[in-house]
Design a protein around this ligand. Structure first.
Ligand code: N01
Length: 533
């Protein structure tokens, strides 16, 4: 039966979001014998992999590092066709999971949660959808992802444009025919880089509006051979062990040797070897000093700048595409498959926004401080109101009638990234550490399932972070962040891509294993730092 036709609206658990996290949370809730309903605004499951169906969208994580680890049968059944799976395949995978584990009967699609309110008497959450439907549950789990609230800058005259405006994070499901069109892309982050590379060949003319050039590096994708497929399957136990042990849940360790053990010449040869590797090896498996020592970071950044220069025919244009205003690794590295070569094409041009900023959008296109451009399509690859946006855009009201948006007006406050004081039984099932999905999301999901089991087994009504534990966590997180290179750049990591958002590191910057150990320790000590009522 279609869940939306079901008369019941009272559940043990409501989960918002049917993406990577929400699907597993649903699986575990059902396994625990709980009544559960998942609401998702999308027309299909998959979360980020449903919405980001823009041309060129692809994993930057190795495919074998991305599948769920919790079902041996699933690992055995699923074949990845490419080392870095393209979006359609990943969406297919998540649909396969939904069918394979019969998850759909508890998922209501096209169901956007607009508000949620905690009732202090019943100690339950009531949830309201944009359709007017209501439901209630003891536990509310926000499995909304960190990058699901799309962000479009409020350019003057944005509604005046008569052509087609698109955001990559809300790409039309039926696709868009860009052939023969004059297309603008605003934004050159990981999304813009994938999209630009893919569409440049097809459009009549592509104009890229760039504010900050990035240290883009080759993805080096290729098909998975049958022998490699077999190898993944035979070694998943080792692969998963490695994912749990590495600092960011990827298949990479930083080198155990110091950069200073090598001469400058030897380091250069070493960088060449790194460069030839696929994926994030360039970022996560080099000398540790690249991420801790300014001189070594600058040396590696210089190496990458030269790699960029070598790929662009016009040296003046090349300088515009070379990042110079932030250290390597302080923004997420876009991985690419022919991105810089795109700028050697006659039908592609670059507008540098720091030189000639956008003044306004017009009926026919974009006006910069230098000139007016006419377009058929404007694509906003301008990113997301990350981490907090998906939560604060819903009207989630806690014990004192305070909303999450109000509580976090001066910065996000949680304990362990999982619960926030004043919002009992509201679990934030997003991966709040710097860590590859879904291996780290699985840990969060399992922790939440464990906390719910604990509350119910002890006949309790609720679990809530104490203000003291939360304050200590916020302080500890800020102290760690103060040592991070990430604060040297403006990015979604720092919330600084959103005008007016408090500038602070939004993700917990300790290693994923340290984060996991802390969460496990808290649970093992009877949920220290939480009020159980
Ligand atoms: O977003 P971004 P994204 N005027 O915020 C520019 C994940 N992801 O969607 O750098 C002009 O990185 C902005 O400029 P600047 C991944 O975690 C994963 O690309 O702020 N330009 C930047 O160029 C990633 O980190 C995969 O100066 C404006 C761009 O828009 C995250 O998604 C693939 C502007 C936004 O870049 C976000 O990436 C793709 C303005 N007012 C993405 N405002 C996978 O591999 C913003 N910009 C799975």
């Amino acid at each position: 039966m279609n869940p939306s036709n079901r008369p019941d609206s009272t559940f043990d658990v409501i989960i918002i979001g049917a993406g990577v996290t929400g699907l597993y949370q649903l699986y575990l809730a059902r396994k625990a014998g709980l009544s559960v309903r998942v609401f998702d605004a999308a027309g299909g499951v998959g979360g980020t992999w449903y919405w980001n169906c823009y041309p060129g969208c692809c994993f930057d994580s190795e495919s074998e590092s991305y599948g769920y680890t919790w079902s041996k049968a699933l690992l055995e059944e699923w074949d990845w066709t490419e080392h870095f799976s393209p979006q359609p395949e990943t969406e297919r995978y998540l649909n396969y999971v939904a069918d394979r584990f019969d998850l759909r009967r508890d998922i209501q699609l096209n169901a956007r949660v607009q508000a949620a309110r905690f009732d202090t008497k019943t100690r339950r959450w009531s949830v309201q959808l944009t359709t007017g439907e209501r439901a209630s549950a003891q536990f509310l789990i926000a499995a909304v992802g960190v990058l699901s609230a799309d962000y479009t800058p409020e350019f003057v005259g944005i509604k005046d444009f008569k052509g087609l405006s698109l955001h990559t994070g809300r790409w039309p499901r039926d696709g868009v025919d860009l052939r023969g069109k004059r297309v603008a892309v605003i934004g050159t982050g990981p999304t813009g880089v994938q999209l630009i590379t893919k569409i440049a060949r097809d459009v009549a003319h592509l104009t890229v509006f760039q504010r900050t050039p990035n240290y883009c590096a080759p993805l080096r994708n290729r098909p998975v051979t049958p022998a490699e497929q077999q190898h993944f399957k035979a070694t998943y136990a080792e692969i998963h062990q490695q994912l749990r042990e590495t600092p960011a849940g990827f298949l990479y360790h930083f080198d155990t040797r110091s950069a200073f053990e090598f001469s400058a010449e030897e380091r250069l040869a070493y960088y060449e070897k790194l460069w030839a590797l696929p994926g994030f090896a360039k970022w996560l498996s080099g000398f540790p000093e690249v991420m801790t020592n300014r001189a070594i970071n600058e040396e590696f950044a210089g190496f990458l700048r030269n790699k960029i220069r070598a790929r662009i025919n016009d040296p003046v244009l090349a300088e515009k595409l070379v990042p110079k205003n932030h250290p390597f690794g302080s923004k997420r590295i876009p991985l690419e498959s022919g991105y810089f070569e795109v700028y050697n094409r006659d039908n592609v041009s670059l507008v540098e926004l720091l030189e000639t900023p956008i003044q306004r959008m017009t009926a026919s296109g974009i006006e910069t401080s230098e000139r007016a451009y006419a377009f058929d399509v404007i694509i906003y690859a301008t990113g997301f109101d990350a981490v907090t946006g998906p939560l604060t855009r819903m009207n989630i009201e806690g014990v004192n009638g305070q909303t999450l948006g109000e509580k976090w007006a001066d910065g996000v406050r949680t304990y362990l990234g999982l619960l926030t004081a004043g919002f009992p039984n509201l679990f934030i099932a997003t991966n709040s550490a710097f860590c590859n999905y879904p291996v780290c999301a699985e840990m969060v999901v399992e922790w939440i399932a464990g906390a719910i089991a604990h509350v119910r087994a002890n006949n309790l009504a609720s679990i809530e972070a104490t203000p003291e534990a939360e304050a200590a966590w916020v302080e500890h997180s800020a102290e760690l962040a103060s040592h991070s290179f990430l604060s040297d750049a403006n990015s979604w990591f720092m919330g600084s891509n959103i005008p007016g958002k408090k500038r602070a590191l939004l993700l917990y910057s300790n290693s994923a294993p340290a984060y996991r150990a802390k969460c496990e320790e808290v649970a093992a000590h009877g949920y220290q730092g939480f009020t159980l009522q």
